[in-house]
Write a protein that binds this ligand. Sequence first.
Ligand SMILES: Cc1ncc(COP(=O)(O)O)c(C=O)c1O
Length: 406
Amino acid sequence: MTNNKYLEPGARSAELYERARAVMPGGNTRTTVYSAPYPAYVASASGATVTDVEGQTRLDFVNNYTALIHGHAHPRILDAVSRQLTLGTAVSFPTETEVRLAELLVDRVDSIERLRFTNSGTEAVMMAVQAARAFTGRQKVARFEGCYHGAYDYAEDVLLPFNQPEADGRILAEHLGELAAVLVDPLPHRPGFIDPIAGFLPRLREITRELGIVLISDEIISFRLGYAGPQERYGYQADLTTLGKIIGGGFPVGAFGGRAEIMNTFDPSRSGSHLTHGGTFNGNPVTMVAGYESMAMLTPAEFDRLAALGDRVRVGLANIIEARGLSWQVTGQASLFKLHGHPRKLVDYRSSLMTEAERSAVEKFYMAMLGEGFILTPDLCGAVSTPMTAQNIDDMIAAADRVFAT
Ligand SMILES: Cc1ncc(COP(=O)(O)O)c(C=O)c1O
């Protein structure tokens, strides 16, 4: 039983999906937003809510996969973008807007001395890898099993287990002559925001430094952990960092940056050869002004408020799970959270895998929450946004409790 109007006979979403199927494979242009039998189509979004074409409004804990930390159509971002729209949306020259956002980011993250913008997180990771390859003269990339770094497939990966520094050190040493970089998501999102064990990231930093391998910290989601991001929180300094999502204020964005010595491989003013990095919309002023406003509003106090709301979600969900004696658990830090449909200890990708029955319970929960008016990702990740209130969160927890009761 669900209260999702978009699944009822004659729904406009079904009609739109049929039209989409005739022109896009499976009606889809972004795999992430497909859900069976077809997704709800959205008409508008404002603040913490999203309204579908059936007129059903839901509280949005996905925020375009954590990108819209200020929710939808934030007035301050709308103002900045509207002003910029009249001044030009993209030109074949640099603008002050890119300088302002770059200054803000370099100022916040100690290890970023120089950075460049891209149009997506995927591109940011690709360019960081390219920088590491040019800098080291080596080709391969090591990354952690089951972690997501964008829509690009690294064919020649070396896979590492998360949270096992000594095993990682051994594997890296075995491939030393071929490895350009280690790519790490400090709070890996795909396996479900699994906490790095104490000292893991600083140890990984030491190992990569000793072996002369470039450490790339992929913070495309986890940059929202705090004012200076995860490196400050977990006590390490990467050689390169990739950013995206919140730094674009709701518009397409990515950035990669780090040690000047490495980033200067892209410097077109220096004599001799340099890496080229084009991109028709890199640093486009619409994204840059939106991103600047988004980041400027994120003061340390605002991050604290978001983290308190995140705690309210995690504690609230954990309490109902315990009260009902369910074999579920909650992970996450700061504004991020995820529900897992099993009770096993989570340390890496393998420990996050679910049985068929557990997966189907998660799918049912997702649909039922959608019917209750709350949007989580289909694998039950969520993020709180600045327009949310404590009441919004308590309402979501009460809905989760009703869903667990059925
Ligand atoms: C850790 C991480 N890296 C890279 C990406 C890719 O970013 P984009 O979807 O902007 O290409 C994502 C997207 O979710 C991500 O979570």
